[in-house]
Design a protein. Structure first.
Length: 130
């Protein structure tokens, strides 16, 4: 079963690049593209992706606000935060907002696939108890 992924970033060039990158992965499907926090919430409610790859700095609602709101959902997606900024304050804020992972945009090519695979493995049900 393919991992259903929503991509959220206000930079259309980066959004297109990450979409192309993810669509080349086996067992991954991009189900939504959003360019601001409000669009992200609406699409996630409707489509219920497994993972939301979410930029921190965006218009209308930040990625941190979006992730925090999603934490209150019954069937919330895993959130993977993306940022151009690689510092401990951003990483801590992402963790406090409920992000399962944090990847810098400069390292997404090498870090994104392993992070998505890890999140996919966490989402798969384990064997039934004996």
């Amino acid at each position: 079963m393919a991992l259903r992924i929503q991509l959220v970033d206000d930079n259309p060039v980066f959004l297109a690049a990450i979409r192309q990158f993810i669509e080349s992965m086996p067992n991954a499907e991009v189900v939504a593209l959003s360019s601001d926090g409000e669009q992200a919430l609406q699409a996630a409610r409707e489509l219920q992706p497994d993972v939301v790859v979410l930029d921190i700095a965006m218009p209308r609602k930040s990625g941190l606000q979006v992730a925090t709101e999603m934490m209150g959902w019954e069937n919330r997606p895993k959130v993977l935060m993306l940022s151009s900024h690689n510092n401990s304050s951003y990483r801590n804020a992402a963790r406090e907002a409920g992000a399962a992972a944090f990847v810098t945009k400069s390292d997404f090519v090498t870090q994104l696939v392993p992070m998505l695979e890890k999140l996919a493995n966490e989402a798969e049900p384990g064997p039934a108890p004996a």
